[in-house]
Ligand binder design. Structure first.
Ligand code: PMP
Length: 284
């Protein structure tokens, strides 16, 4: 079955969804994006994802291509037309099409907007989470505004490719002081040797994950206390548990980092509780 995408005002077969070669997203990565999981035809945390999209556009002075309510309608329509019950929605907004020039175009040009949808297998993600995954550390050599969900992802891609070539699942990015920032496309958490559950505070050098925020709310309800704190690579390797969060990994434990076992090398009790609670949340 051919998938349907939305591009600049039209619903079209994904294979026919095209943007102009002078699109600034194509030439400069002058654009932002969001990825939203869909569970049983319902978007998971749509509100916070759209808040973040609006924030990313605002930080880069990109004029939104439409209002939030209109975008919500487009997203629902893309889900409906693709007839997936569980899916992953990708939304991209770029500054638009203009002859190549580094500075913003002088005239107000319409932003480019497209939305694609693909099947997403929640059960597979759950099985993977319950088995745990492996990771390697990689230097974080990204720019200073990782809080903006920009399409400029080369360092993330290079790090993920290194992980792939090393036969592991995720690249854990490390800043020049030896502290973990985040994963190539995930936020990182640890249960320290002392039993504290920690994740890096949100500043300009990491993305404020929507799943990170949701896990915090869920943890509060379960009376699990979470601290915002930096985690050094050494602390991570001595931790009882490490796990990642994102819209597509939900909550997934890393049981081995750089070939070293985390804790006893199996999925720990804190991660297990949060995996269970997060999947219950998406099911409702
Ligand atoms: N950090 C980075 C660099 C990411 O790309 C992502 C995934 N978009 C995340 C964290 C997790 O964010 P979310 O929970 O909103 O998917």
């Amino acid at each position: 079955m051919s998938r349907t995408a939305y591009v600049n005002g039209a619903y079209v077969p994904t294979r026919d969804a095209l943007v102009h070669i002078n699109d600034r997203g194509f030439q400069f990565a002058d654009g932002v994006y969001e990825g939203i999981a869909v569970r049983r035809c319902k978007m998971v945390d749509a509100g916070p994802h759209l808040d973040r999209l609006w924030r990313s556009m605002g930080e880069l002075a990109i004029t939104p291509p439409m209002g939030r309510k209109a975008l919500d309608v487009v997203l629902s329509e893309v889900i409906r037309r693709n007839r997936f019950s569980d899916a992953f929605l990708y939304i991209q907004v770029t500054r638009g099409v203009a002859p190549r020039d580094h500075a913003f175009p002088a005239n107000d040009i319409p932003a480019t907007l497209f939305v694609t949808c693909k099947r997403f297998d929640f059960d597979k993600v759950l099985q993977r989470a319950l088995a745990g995954v492996t990771g390697i550390t990689q230097p974080d050599n990204r720019w200073g505004r990782c809080d903006i969900k920009s399409t400029g992802l080369l360092p993330n891609i290079m790090a993920k490719q290194s992980a792939r070539e090393a036969g592991v699942f995720e690249a854990v990015l490390v800043d020049s002081d030896g502290y973990i920032t985040e994963g190539s496309s995930t936020n990182i958490w640890a249960v320290t040797e002392d039993g504290d559950i920690v994740t890096r505070p949100i500043t300009d050098n990491i993305l404020g994950g929507i799943t990170r925020a949701r896990i915090k709310t869920i943890a509060e309800k379960l009376q699990i206390s979470i601290k915002d704190a930096k985690i050094s690579v050494e602390q991570a390797k001595n931790a009882r548990e490490i796990f990642i969060t994102s819209a597509t990994s939900c909550t997934t434990p890393i049981t081995k980092l750089d070939g070293e076992k985390i804790g006893d090398g199996t999925v720990g009790p804190v991660a297990k509780r949060l995996i269970d609670a997060y999947f219950k949340f998406t099911d409702n």
